[in-house]
Design a binder for this molecule. Structure first.
Ligand code: ADP
Length: 374
């Protein structure tokens, strides 16, 4: 694997995260975050970035490539892909599947092509880890012809993180990935659960879009589709209002007015009733998914918590897995009092091992870029 560093760009709707990382050692040479960008400000952001990297003494002629996080690869892009004009056109065609997430990634790729014309640009997809989800898990039970024509199926998201964490959990346990059945709970601002058998995803909670599944900062997760019909018919919401409600004003924020989990916990401790409800709905949904995925796998060897909330909020881990000893899950309260990790938080004799494993999406991207280039 190349020792030359990879510049990893993660362009969100209003921010640009970057990191220069060596894929072989995982060493990060620098990282940073440019916030509150308008869509036409990416060019400026990348120019600033290049100057910033120079100031920090990063030799940009030594870079192996630029790796880009792209949320939705649709059915075409099922692994890391070298970007050329054809691929860019293909990514444009996928925008309807991810209207909030793919356009900034495409803008980032275009600008990086201009800023670093000599470097390979590689797209790494959040959906790729789920490309071979079993059809029974990937298929929505709607009109099959219509679904086929419009590409409606479950694609899954956060795959870059789930794939990385599955391997990191196996490494931490010193066991081959191929021998493990795992449930991975990625709990950040967005949140998703995945069942992994022998390193391959067999079920995941996000679907056509990142709206399905767990309760998130501003997204409801699972919802009776009849609620949408009701909101349109009786609540008089139009498409844009529904889109805004579902993406930006639901989830923890919609229930309690609080999006950030740190603030939510503070409010719960202060006796705020709506924060308590939000917390309980969040944990209950997670617990349902743990149970479902244990059934999908026929029991698991490992359950792993990752991302901001998963890595840092011990009480969520405790409350989600409390009282599940009949399912072979025994948390050790003292071990659970951990932030970060990797760490084992189950008891030594717990049939299911429970871990906290920090995710590292940038390193995962850099490694996928290096693997493609070699
Ligand atoms: P994303 O990458 O989706 O923005 P993160 O993985 O950074 O998400 O997680 C963000 C969430 O994690 C926020 O709700 C934040 O409150 C929570 N979080 C991060 N660090 C902590 C912490 N030290 N204690 C409690 N919650 C935390």
């Amino acid at each position: 694997m190349t020792a030359r560093p990879v510049l990893v760009l993660n362009a969100g709707s209003s921010s640009l995260k970057y990191q220069v990382v060596r894929p072989d050692t995982g060493r990060s040479l620098t990282r940073g975050h440019v916030e509150r960008l308008g869509s036409d400000e990416f060019a400026e952001a990348l120019r600033t970035l290049s100057e910033e990297l120079a100031r920090e003494g990063i030799d940009q002629t030594s870079l192996a490539a630029v790796g880009h996080r792209v949320v939705h690869g649709g059915q075409q892009y099922v692994s890391a892909t070298l970007v050329d004009d054809d691929v860019l056109a293909g990514l444009e065609e996928l925008v309807p599947l991810a209207p909030l997430h793919n356009p900034p990634a495409i803008a980032g790729i275009r600008q990086a092509m201009a800023a670093y014309p000599g470097l390979p640009q590689v797209a790494v997809f959040d959906t790729a880890f789920f490309a071979d989800l079993p059809p029974a898990a990937a298929t929505y039970a709607i009109d099959a012809e219509l679904a086929h024509r419009l590409g409606i199926r479950r694609y899954g998201m956060h795959g870059i993180s789930h794939e990385y964490v599955a391997q990191a959990a196996a490494d931490f346990l010193g066991r081959p990935l191929g021998n493990l059945d795992q449930v991975i709970l990625h709990l950040g601002n967005g949140a998703s659960a995945t069942a992994v058998r022998a390193g391959r995803s067999v079920e995941t909670s996000m679907g056509l879009t990142p709206l399905e599944g767990l309760v998130m900062g501003t997204r409801a997760g699972d919802l009776d589709p009849g609620v949408l019909l009701h909101l349109m018919r009786v609540g008089d919401l139009d498409l844009d209002e529904l889109d805004d409600l579902l993406n930006h004003r639901s989830g923890l924020l919609g229930l309690s007015g609080i999006q950030d989990f740190r603030d939510l916990v503070t409010a719960v401790d202060g006796g705020d009733a709506s924060a308590r409800t939000a917390y309980d709905v969040y944990c209950h949904r997670l617990r349902k998914y743990v149970g479902a995925y244990l059934a999908v796998l026929g029991g698991a060897d490992v359950i792993t918590f990752t991302a901001g909330t998963g890595e840092n909020v011990a009480r969520v881990r405790r409350d989600v897995l409390a009282g599940l000893d009949r399912l072979g899950i025994n948390i050790d309260p003292e071990r659970n009092d951990v932030r970060g990790g990797p760490a084992r938080i189950s008891t030594d004799d717990s049939p299911v091992t429970v871990l906290v494993v920090p995710t590292d999406e940038e390193l995962s991207i850099a490694r996928q870029v290096a693997a493609l280039l070699s």
